[in-house]
Design a protein around this ligand. Sequence first.
Ligand code: ATP
Length: 636
Amino acid sequence: MDAGSPDNNAETSEQDVDMEIKEAEKEEEEEREEMKAERAATKQLVPYAALVKTFEKCEQTTKRLEITEHLVMLFIQLCPDYEGLELGIGESIIMRAIGDSTGRKPDAIKKSYQKIGDLGTVAQESKRSQSTLFPAAALTVPHVFKKLKEIAMFEGQSSQARKIKIIQNLLVACKGNEAKYIIRQLEGKLRIGLAEQTVLAALAQAVVLSDPKSKKWSTGTREERLLRAAEVVKSVYNQLPSYDMIIPALLEHPLEELLDHCTMRPGIPLKPMLAHPTKSLTEVLDRFEGQNFTCEYKYDGERAQIHKLEDGTISIYSRNSENMSQRYPDVMEKIQKWIKPSTTSFIIDCETVAWDKEKKRILPFQVLSTRKRKDVKEEDIKVQVAIFAFDCLYLNGESLLQTSLKTRRQKMMESFIRTEDEFFFAESMDSNNIEDIQHFLDESIKNNCEGLMVKLYDNEHATYEPSKRSRNWLKVKKDYLAGVGDSVDLVVIGAFHGKGKRTAVYGAFLLACYDPETEKFQTVCKIGTGFSEEQLKTFHEKLKDTVIPTPRSDFMLGENPIKPDVWFKPTQVWEVQPADLSVSPVYMAGVGQVDPTKGISLRFPRFLKIREDKEVEDATSSDQIVEFYLNQGRND
Ligand code: ATP
């Protein structure tokens, strides 16, 4: 038979389509059965509409207390499995699913998106214009979460079509405002002003208030218990940032025992401990007066938290808890060699730097940043890296968080093997004499490091504090010593068209810091210096696809806003060096903290580099900007 004949092909492809349709119908049937079974299993599934109502209420207020109350009310009724999902589905997939489920043309959807700037609202409006013949059964929270999880877990070639199918089915079943929030959940951003810390506090409060005895407590007792509960849940979350594990434990055990049931474990990345900037070595000496401290080189690379589970699984996580194992196949292949046989499980805190094997030295950060971040194949890697380990948070089944740095360092050195060109322990020096420190700082800079990390060493406060910017770790960068102060990491939210030679690209940009309390991006400066022509071209290429028609509702622009030519969806974080900071009627960073209506702005900012390792929510916070402003000129 001539399989290549056109007729034959046409027949085959028609058959294929028929098969596909049948399969899709089968899937839908299975889905309906699943929903029926779920409903039969329990009559008390929480309707998704209840969650949406809470989202709406949160979106309508900026008051933290009110938001917490709404959440507490929801959690008290709720108590389902909360799945810690990594979503962030691409816009194109979402737009296709909206089109497929509502029958609107892709062009029309794209146009609405350009006009409205929020796919959730686009989905909502598209549904409104659609008439439904058969009203679907109401969505429940467990069902929606189950489907979101399925979407998050699909990988591989056919995954796109399957994701679209699930989204489509969800959208068809949506009522009221559900479509808006389902789409935002798919994008990974609810944008309702709900910060993580608020969720944790609300969760803790819901547990306390669901105790029937709570109604009889005096106001004082109630307040005290609520505060303590929030502290417990937050500290548990710092060690085990997984709702999947914390919520079942909260439901099963008394709050006082939560820490015993939710301990850190390899495989779940911890939020890293962060350092405080200082301006001089004398400031360091003052801070640590009468206490032992240790100095380490501050390597200029990318943070890496390396985990090994008892079953042998090894993973590398970024500063943002993103799994980077595939980005570093060369490192993954070597790690086993650096581990002593007696070391069965661990979590270590390290910095990855670019490494020159011939000259046996560290290369500047710029070299590391030329490494590919996606689809890295070992044979294509040109830039070699070395790992510098500076802390050990977990070893052989035990948490070391509460032990002193001295103990942690000692255990780390006993458990790993320094391996030439590959794995080193961070260079350290324990003398507390200022001349020795100055010398060590000079040496660090000669070795292509950024300066020093100075850390409290051996008393009861020298513990590892996950996710905290602690004053027990101080950073001394060579730049601060030159009197220019710390650099800041800001989000690009707008741009101005270039002039003269630069008409084809953006010539300047509007930057914002991030306020995690209100989840707003507050404008902080305009920047037009420090860019090479090449960089401007690349930024134009990258950013032009993120243009949105109007500033987003989470941009805080103030009464006399700067008006860039284009606005961007926040995607990029840039490290920027200001000359100094001043109070400004135009910019909004930290508004209300130094002046009731004015914010802080950076003067003469220079672009340094892109922070690929930071999400927009990890940008310098408004509080930090205010602190930098208040501290400037204080060169003690
Ligand atoms: P921050 O993390 O403080 O918001 P940042 O990411 O810009 O700011 P830096 O201010 O440069 O980081 O300083 C902290 C970073 O320095 C750590 O996150 C880590 O990646 C890196 N680092 C290098 N050497 C060390 C060391 N010896 N100890 C701790 N961190 C180190």
